[in-house]
Design a protein around this ligand. Sequence first.
Ligand code: FEO
Length: 404
Amino acid sequence: MKPRQIVPNVHLIGAVDWDRRLFDQLIPLPHGTSYNAYFIQGSDKAALLDTVDPAKWETLERQLATLPAPDYLVIHHVEQDHSGATPQILDLYPDVTIVCNEKARGMLIDHLHVDDARFLVVADGDSVSLGDKTLTFVFTPWVHWPETMSTWLEEDRILFSCDFFGSHYATNDVFADRHEVYDGAKRYYAEIMMPFGTQVTKNVEKVTRLPIRYIAPSHGPIYDDPAFIIEAYRDWAAGDPQNMVCLPFVSMHDSTLRMVDHLTAALTDRGVAVERFDLASLDAGELASSLVHAGTIVLGTPTVLTGPHPLAAYAAYLANALKPRTKYATVIGSYGWGGKTVETIVDMMGKLKVEFLDPVLAKGMPRDADFAALDALADTIAQKHEGLARRRMADLTVCRTAQD
Ligand code: FEO
């Protein structure tokens, strides 16, 4: 794929990874991903922004062969899907200078053994002139590592944001179709940004003081209607939880499944949305995405070896690590003779600022009294959710405005 122009003298390069299906050996990639790099040619100097995953180095190398030698390599983030081909760039261009912040400098030395003599370390707000184009570095920490920063290209009003606003979405379209990219961008937010929601909100407000025309992330397509993804980020990071129960469950002999089915119906009857996930075939990205807006988490698990089923323990661990803004949580499921399932789950979800509702545990196959307890739980959740709404992409203010 040849370099693709965004505006004159600013090109999208890098690689589309159509076939990759797993990231970090953890995150499913149903739509593949991309590792975007950018090439900016000024009247005096040129800059390459980021590299690619080392597995795609040859793709980037072929594109660079069609372009002048860069004077600068800007590293926004040291995770190797973006910085991993830095050693190859340094070998190819012996005079190139790496531009990054102090935290990134240390990380590049640690992770990639980069020569300490190759750096120009910048502070928040510093600029580098390419002649008729100016790169200004905007520190955006914790989206999603401590060193993450963005670059503002003032003359063309482009924000190069790296992971921030990105999506694991393989496409050869340069610009995003909001209907295609929304779910992927939300999944990506959920998978890596959600634990840092407060910092995300601060960074959104920081960068939106700039008169942005384009947001160019390092995964997925470029936004030529940046208000769409900015408003989505505001909703994901700071919007109220929704009138929705996220219900991950696992069942071995259908007892817990019967309880999950009953609770799903009872919540539906009370006007509460349910997003269910069978943990035996879990897509962790879908569960993470659901957690972004869940008003309540109900974890369905049988008791196994005196505690939660290991798949339920994984879901509890994941929720705890992702720190969603959920308000309520509880456990339902069956047991054979005893155990500490609820205590274990509560301990595992200790980082969440949730009110734990009374669990519903059935001894063996659930009986009428257990179903009545599930009805009572549904009543409680419906009452707790009063005032919470249900929102989707079409409810974003910016979308309504655009469609009007
Ligand atoms: Fe896309 Fe945090 O790397």
